[in-house]
Design a protein around this ligand. Structure first.
Ligand SMILES: [Zn+2]
Length: 326
């Protein structure tokens, strides 16, 4: 029945598809990643983070919502590092001031700034710990988690970020949303030891971005190879969501792709979780390991709640991301 309807309305479905927004790691994976990061923390931090795990998961997606409201937000989520030459991109200075001097603020911003923005967020979180400011600790923890996780996504480190140059449009959401939504709950394991203190957080996040950049070719190539051998009429399936029929990569195709990638999506999710907990821990240590017990039962202020409400209104009212779409 559904198939018949789709055949008849094929073009409408196609139109609908192009207007469905796609989010980095999706609204599924970001909350999960922040959630599991909490369990890597030492007891002195767990006392605050565990009780507020609901906030940390819910607000893991705030930076993506802000992409609908603020022009400067988009570039914080990615870096088109391949525009700077060849791996490992020695032409691109890792230090922000040197990079600005060499390429200018505008082009640097256009190409994305995620590895630098993670470091800005680390400073903000460290300052929040020093001030023992409950809402700033919570907000910056939730949001640095988002940017760190984005830095782990291969297509967030490639100018061909949605396969738009290689006739693979949709691959962005396929890798980071469809595959984890299908497999994370049932098959993947997110219990991962303990957070580490990062002596050089800048070098750490650059390493993760370089890993992402290196993996981007594989992400694109394997989808192409699989598409060439997979029965074309079984690549996609159709599903009703909220009364709308959407086309998505079929379960069989998604599972076959995940197999070809040999667990890459799970590995990057696990690495994101470890990295986030380690950044939270590093900020707390660098702030002098403040006692967090007194903060555990604090609540957000009215002003904070209003701010979240406004962000939600702007996000739900907007039809398009500002800047590039994914
Ligand atoms: Zn993002």
């Amino acid at each position: 029945m559904i198939r018949k309807i789709l055949v008849a309305t094929g073009c409408c479905v196609a139109l609908l598809l192009s207007s469905i927004p796609c989010y980095c790691w999706g609204f599924y994976a970001h909350p999960k990643i922040n959630y599991f990061a909490v369990f890597l923390l030492p007891p002195e931090m767990m006392v605050l983070y565990k009780g507020n795990i609901g906030f940390l998961t819910e607000h893991a997606v705030d930076p993506d919502k802000r992409r609908y409201a603020i022009k400067d937000e988009g570039p914080r989520h990615y870096i088109d590092i391949d525009l700077y030459g060849k791996y490992p991109y020695p032409e691109l200075p890792r230090k922000w001031e040197d990079a600005v001097e060499k390429f200018g603020l505008d082009s640097l911003t256009d190409n994305g700034i995620v590895p630098w923005h993670v470091q800005v967020m680390l400073q903000r979180l460290t300052a929040a710990f020093r001030e023992k400011n409950f809402s700033r600790i919570m907000k910056n923890s939730a949001e640095i988690g988002h940017y760190i996780a984005d830095a782990h996504v291969p297509l967030h480190a490639s100018s061909n970020h949605n396969g738009q140059f290689s006739n693979q449009k949709g691959i962005h959401g396929f890798w980071e949303s469809r595959v984890p939504e299908l497999l994370a709950e049932k098959e993947w394991d997110f219990f991962i030891g303990k957070a580490s203190y990062l002596k050089n957080p800048g070098a750490f996040i650059w390493d993760r971005v370089l890993e992402s950049a290196q993996a981007a070719d594989t992400v694109l190539l394997y989808e192409k190879e699989l598409s060439a051998t997979f029965p074309a009429d079984q690549k996609y399936s159709f599903e009703e969501r909220n009364g709308v029929i959407i086309r998505q990569y079929s379960s069989a195709f998604s599972i076959a792709y995940n197999k070809m990638l040999d667990g890459m999506v799970e590995r990057r999710m696990r690495q994101s979780i470890y990295a986030i907990a380690s950044f939270w821990f590093t900020a707390w240590v660098n702030a002098g390991q403040p006692d967090l017990k007194g903060l555990a039962n604090q609540k957000l202020s009215e002003a904070d709640l209003r701010e979240f409400e406004e962000l939600n209104l702007k996000w739900s009212g907007a039809s398009k991301m500002i800047g590039r779409e994914e």
